[in-house]
Design a protein. Structure first.
Length: 421
C-alpha cells in the first residue's frame, strides 16, 4: 500500500495535473484534500484537453475512485458543470466519485465579498481568483459555514437565513447589492438535489482502503508557497497546501503518507500579487516569451521568473518531499544561458526563505548561477541519457540542491511526454 501526495514546490501551476494523471495508473483512489475551484489543472490525454478545477485529475484512469475530501470547498455549479462535462466526454464518473458531506459550500455572498475585499484593499490586494475562497474558509473556521450535511435537516434554511442577514449587511455597507433568501435557498436546494448521488461520508471508504492496502494518490491544489502558514503571507491562499492538510482534509493519519512527490517547474511562475524574487520584468525578452503562460482558472497572464532553488529546497523540507518530478524542461530549449537562483542575501548576509517575511522576500538579492543551455528540441526524448548533456546537468544541479532525486522529467504536455529517470 502506498499513500502518495503530489505537492507543488513553487506557487502553484507546476504541472501537477499531468503528473497526477500519469501516476494515477497505479492508484486505486485519487483525492483532493484542500482548496477549491481556485485550482485549475490541465490534463491532456486520449479523451481530449481538460481544465478541471474540483474533480481529481486522476479520474481519467478508469479503475480509480475519485474522492473530494472535507478540506475542499465546493462551488456546486462548478462541480455540476465539471461532472456533466466529464460524463459527456466519455469519462464516466457516476458511482466512482464521492464528495464529503463535511465539505463547505461556496455561497454567492462569498464570491461577492471576495471581490469587495479586494477592491477595498486597493494596491495592497492579494490578486485572488475571485472564487470566494478566502471568505468561505473564513466562515468555516468562524463557525459560519454551510456544509452538505446541513441539507439533511432544517439546518440549511436556518443557517442560510442567519448568514444572509449578516452578509447582506456587509455587502450593502461596501456598496454591493443584497442577496434574496428565497433565490439562494432555491438555487442551492437544486444543486443539492443534483449532487446528492455523489455525496457520501468518506471515513469508511478511506479507512477500509488503508486496511486493504489500496494505493492512494493525493492531489494538492495550489503550491507550497501559497500555504496559509508557510507561504508568503498575506499573499497566499486560504487553505493549508502542504501534505499535512491531507490528513485533516481526508482523514488519512500522517504516518500513512509514504511518498511525497514534489512537482517543480523548470522555471518559476506566479499569478496574483506577492514576492517573486527571480521575476523577469523585461516583457520583450526571449525568455519572457518562452516562460509566459495563461492561468487555467482565471485566464490571467502569469508572472515569470528563473528557477529558484532556495524555494525548492525549502518546499522539500516543509513538505517532506521524497522525490521530484521536474516539469516543462522542454520550454528551456533554445536558451543560450540559463540563470538559476541558488540562494538569497539581505543586508550583506546570506538569508534563507524562512528568515524573511513576504516583504523581506521582495528585498532579497538573488544569488544566480549561470549555466549553459541547449539548442536541441527535447520534446520527443524519452530517456535521460538521450537528453543533451547541459539538460542532464540542469537536472543533476536540482537534485544536488534539493537533496532528493528527480524521478520524472516532463518534456511536453501529453501524458507520455515524460522521461522516467
Ligand atoms: P485565492 O485562492 O483565490 O483566494 O487567491 C489567493 C492567491 O492564490 C492569489 O495570488 C491567487 O492568484 C493564488 N492562487 C489561487 N489558486 C491558484 C492556483 O491554482 N495556481 C496559482 N495560484 C493560485
Amino acid at each position: 500500500m502506498s499513500v502518495t501526495a503530489v505537492i507543488g514546490t513553487q506557487w502553484g501551476d507546476e504541472g501537477k495535473g499531468k503528473v497526477v494523471d500519469y501516476l494515477a495508473e497505479s492508484a486505486d483512489y485519487v483525492a483532493r484534500f484542500n482548496g477549491g475551484n481556485n485550482a485549475g489543472h490541465t490534463v491532456i490525454n486520449e479523451f481530449g484537453t481538460f481544465k478541471i478545477h474540483l474533480v481529481p485529475s486522476g479520474i481519467f484512469v478508469r479503475n480509480t475512485v475519485g474522492l473530494i475530501g472535507g478540506g475542499v470547498v465546493i462551488d456546486p455549479s462548478v462541480l455540476i458543470d465539471e461532472i456533466d462535462f466529464l460524463n459527456n466526454a466519455g469519462v464516466d464518473v457516476e458511482g466512482r466519485l464521492w464528495v464529503s458531506p463535511r465539505s463547505h459550500l461556496i455561497m454567492p455572498y462569498h464570491k461577492i465579498l471576495d471581490g469587495l475585499y479586494e477592491e477595498a484593499k486597493g494596491p495592497g490586494a492579494t490578486g485572488t481568483t475571485l472564487r470566494g475562497i478566502g471568505p468561505v474558509f473564513a466562515d468555516k473556521v468562524s463557525y459560519n459555514g454551510i456544509r452538505w450535511s446541513d441539507f439533511t435537516s432544517e439546518m440549511f434554511e436556518s443557517r442560510l437565513k442567519v448568514q444572509l442577514e449578516l452578509k447582506n449587511k456587509i455587502i450593502v455597507a461596501l456598496g454591493g447589492k443584497a442577496l434574496k433568501y428565497e433565490e439562494v435557498r432555491d438555487m442551492y436546494g437544486g444543486y443539492y438535489a443534483r449532487l446528492r448521488p455523489y455525496i457520501r461520508e468518506l471515513f469508511g471508504i478511506v479507512q477500509d482502503g488503508l486496511k486493504a492496502d489500496k494505493n492512494f494518490l493525493l492531489e494538492q491544489a495550489m503550491g507550497t508557497f501559497l500555504d496559509t502558514d508557510w507561504g508568503t503571507y498575506p499573499f497566499v491562499t486560504a487553505s493549508t497546501t502542504i501534505p499535512a492538510a491531507a490528513s485533516a482534509g481526508l482523514g488519512i493519519p500522517p504516518r500513512y503518507i509514504t511518498n511525497v512527490v514534489g512537482v517543480t517547474k523548470a522555471y518559476t511562475t506566479r499569478v496574483g500579487a506577492g514576492p517573486l524574487p527571480t521575476e523577469i520584468h523585461d516583457v520583450e525578452s526571449e525568455v519572457y516569451g518562452k516562460f509566459g503562460e495563461t492561468a487555467a482558472t482565471t485566464g490571467r497572464t502569469r508572472r515569470v521568473g528563473w528557477l529558484d532553488l532556495e524555494l525548492v529546497r525549502t518546499a522539500v523540507m516543509i513538505s517532506g518531499v521524497t522525490e521530484l518530478c521536474l516539469t516543462k524542461l522542454d520550454v528551456l530549449s533554445g536558451l543560450e544561458e540559463i540563470q538559476v537562483c541558488m540562494g538569497y542575501r539581505l543586508n550583506g548576509k546570506d538569508v534563507a526563505y524562512a528568515d524573511v517575511d513576504a516583504y523581506g522576500l521582495d528585498e532579497v538579492e538573488t544569488m544566480y548561477k549561470t549555466v549553459k543551455g541547449w539548442k536541441e528540441d527535447i520534446s520527443k526524448t524519452r530517456s535521460f541519457g538521450e537528453l543533451p548533456i547541459q539538460a542532464q546537468e540542469y537536472v543533476k544541479m536540482i537534485e544536488g540542491a534539493a537533496g532528493v532525486p528527480v524521478k520524472w522529467i516532463g518534456v511536453g504536455p501529453e501524458r507520455d511526454a515524460t522521461i522516467r529517470k
